[in-house]
Write a protein that binds this ligand. Structure first.
Ligand SMILES: Cc1cc2nc3c(=O)[nH]c(=O)nc-3n(C[C@H](O)[C@H](O)[C@H](O)COP(=O)(O)O)c2cc1C
Length: 316
């Protein structure tokens, strides 16, 4: 599965991941209160044609608004609603949303119950191991969430206080797997098909969710899934295919956001596409300086094509 990542896994990215057979792609988190107040017209744009299943991730801290947001998400066509209890960002946890909810299980439960009651579609939950290493309550919260009707649980093997530091603890995820019957999805630091295999073996989880490993490699969740099913690891797609994909992705971002915003949003993706091939060094910095300096999309596209052509020549 492709992990939800605000500012990264927008519709253009999710479409590419699905094309390469990612099992599930999840919308970036949407604040339930804003959604309920109709301030999320943009969400209407986040559903692609034929994007099935369509998973909307909700964040929030009040049971009432979570329920209202969930109803709207279901009306917008969500097949699954995911509740975010994993986001570590200070601006989110200060408002007692995201991973801060793990600090008060009773309150977290009231949100889960409100969402489950509000909709007929399956409701899933994404969380971390706990707030910090003194409160690793993902197993106990998972048991209560399962009783409240949660149908699948994703665990990122870090605490909130770790943010993204240290290594994800894949063994800890096994404690959640042992505690519940619903499917458990393991998440954190999976960067290859082989990692996906190892996290499953170590955690005993039912599935794998890949976030940053898919930066500039939207094919990775699908390829990892195929490796798990068949033992065949296709690795990265061919350079010529990467060229076509990067150019198409760029075009789609301009269409999705409009030229001005699209140019800006695309820059991080261009950095990942270039960096994945030649690493982060003076050479990649030179390419990125050209790619990110101009406001002319035609120049960006021709420079991007030149970049790939040069790599193809060197590989020949
Ligand atoms: C830029 C960024 C944005 C993220 N946004 C979300 C989000 O909107 N909702 C969420 O549940 N997790 C979010 N996450 C966490 C990821 O879904 C995932 O749990 C985490 O990155 C660990 O997986 P990874 O090591 O494969 O990246 C975000 C992570 C990153 C790096």
């Amino acid at each position: 599965m492709l992990a939800p990542m605000s500012g990264v896994t927008d519709l253009p990215f999710r479409k590419l991941a699905r094309r390469y057979d990612a099992g599930l792609v999840v919308s970036e988190m949407v604040a339930s209160r804003e959604l309920a107040h109709g301030r999320h017209a943009a969400l209407l744009r986040t559903r692609g044609k034929n994007q099935s299943p369509f998973v909307i991730q909700l964040s929030g801290r009040e049971a009432y608004w979570m329920g209202e947001g969930a109803k709207i998400a279901a009306d917008l066509g969500a097949h699954i609603i995911d509740i975010n209890m994993g986001c570590p960002a200070k601006k989110v946890t200060r408002g007692m949303s995201g991973s801060a909810l793990m600090r008060d299980e009773d309150h977290a439960l009231s949100l889960i119950e409100a969402v489950v009651k509000a909709v007929d579609v399956p409701v899933t939950l994404k969380m971390r191991m706990g707030w910090d290493h003194d409160s690793l309550n993902a197993p106990s919260l998972s048991i209560r969430a399962e009783s409240a009707g949660i149908r699948m649980i994703t665990i990122h093997g870090r605490t909130r206080c770790q943010f993204f530091k240290g290594a994800a603890d894949w063994e800890f995820i096994a404690k959640v797997k042992a505690a519940v019957k619903v499917p458990v999805i393991a998440n954190g630091d999976v960067r290859s098909a082989e990692d996906a295999n190892r996290i499953l073996r170590i955690s005993g989880a039912d599935g794998v969710m890949i976030g940053r490993g898919a930066y500039g490699r939207p094919w990775l969740p699908g390829h990892a899934g195929e490796f798990l099913r068949t033992g065949i690891d296709h690795g990265d797609i061919a350079l010529s295919e990467q060229k076509a994909l990067a150019l198409e992705h760029y075009e789609e971002m301009l269409l999705h956001y409009g030229q001005e915003t699209g140019l800006r949003v695309a820059r991080k993706h261009l950095g990942w596409y270039v960096g994945n091939i030649i690493g982060l060094n003076d050479r990649s910095r030179q390419w990125l300086a050209i790619l990110c300096r101009t406001d002319d999309p035609r120049q960006v596209k021709s420079t991007l094509a030149d970049f790939y052509d040069q790599q193809l020549d060197m590989a020949a």
